[in-house]
Design a protein around this ligand. Sequence first.
Ligand SMILES: C[S@@+](CC[C@H](N)C(=O)[O-])C[C@H]1O[C@@H](n2cnc3c(N)ncnc32)[C@H](O)[C@@H]1O
Ligand code: SF4
Ligand code: SF4
Length: 420
Amino acid sequence: MNVTIPAGRPVYIWGASWLGIAFLKYLTSRLGHKVEAFIDNDANLAGQKVAGLPVLTSGNFFENIPSGAFVVLASIQYAKDMAAELTAHGLLEGLDFIAAGRLRPHSYCLEVAGVCNLRCPSCACGNSPRRAGDCLMKLGDCEKALDKIVREDPLAHNISLYNWGEPFLHPELPRIIEMCNDRGFETLLSSNLNIDRNLEEVVKASPAWFKVSLSGYGPSYERTHAGGRWETLLANLKKLAALREKHSPEMQVDVGYHVYTHNCLEERDQMRELVRSLGFTFRETLAFIFPLDILAAYVSGAPLPPKAEEVSKMLLLPLSEGLKMVQAEADVPCGDMDKIIVAWDMTVQPCCTWFAPGAYAADWKYESFLSAPAAHFKKARTESGLCRSCMKMGLHHWLDLYARKDLLEERLKLFREARV
Ligand SMILES: C[S@@+](CC[C@H](N)C(=O)[O-])C[C@H]1O[C@@H](n2cnc3c(N)ncnc32)[C@H](O)[C@@H]1O
Ligand code: SF4
Ligand code: SF4
């Protein structure tokens, strides 16, 4: 892993999503580089700043490539296309640009809370058997895990604090973020914000990236964020904006809008407006259903769990089409291979997008993260056969497919046309 960015070069990060944001502070604070801007073609980012930096389109960048520019590719899905475009403009891989993944061997997730206050039917916490107990990571375990990462992996620089569950359910969330800060890790947080426990303390602790996930503007939100209340969410969004202004104006807040058939027209515009008025960044993705284990079972002929079946009828990109599309491009790389997922009870999970892989990962032993080096778990995953089955079905790029902006536009167009 001896890839370095030459000192003194103006750095551009291509991809202004969580991955780019996670790398920004690493490149600036840890490695001392000057990052000039993000490059990103998402129309929602036009004229906006992300994490305090301007966002150029690739067209702007290529029109007048700044002298000495070095580009970090912060996308797994589009890295190949980005590299091809940079090469076509005379930039050389390794000398003028590099894929962000090559700057670090692992990325880590500590699932601080393994349960949720909501029951979204699209998610394992709403459509799969519920875990027993409070499922909260012990503070001492969390500390040991962070210290182990510090000892083992000098290139680690960010920690996601969520997987299957709601991080704000952990009563010590602010302390956990501070523990990460103390060790030089940036934290990434995703929340339904239907809970405001310790919100002020969390904002003060200032995670690098704070995502609020939602699916609608008004009471229809409650259809797909089951158990959530629209009024609570709205109040908490406003509260978050005020707290950010007061304590951490630099904190990047993204609102991730899950686009379904029921919320894709006026409501989507209304939420975009609200998000902008609060000073947050609006992001959107075609809503999907997961975990991958229910999809794998479905592909093999089993029915979906009833809740998932019901919500699948609200997808803009229907399940059957999505499955055909991922299968047709099953040879694309998987962006999750570098992830080490530590569940609330310290067991390492084989993958972040599978909930209960069962027979697909028959040889996987649920061992404690504290019991072996990170590389052991990566090797064990390969040996478990899960990735092979997952890639055979094309499921490894399920989330990437639904995140594609071109598909979102295409599906919205089809949906509008079908209505007139
Ligand atoms: C399982 S959630 C856990 C974190 C937190 N409870 C939340 O919802 O943000 C992890 C990620 O999955 C995304 N997600 C969940 N359901 C989704 C859906 N139906 N479509 C698109 N993204 C979804 C959320 O936006 C979130 O960033
Ligand atoms: S998507 Fe998030 S908020 Fe919804 S049930 Fe899953 S963990 Fe909870
Ligand atoms: S191939 Fe599938 S199981 Fe393996 S890391 Fe990727 S998404 Fe997870």
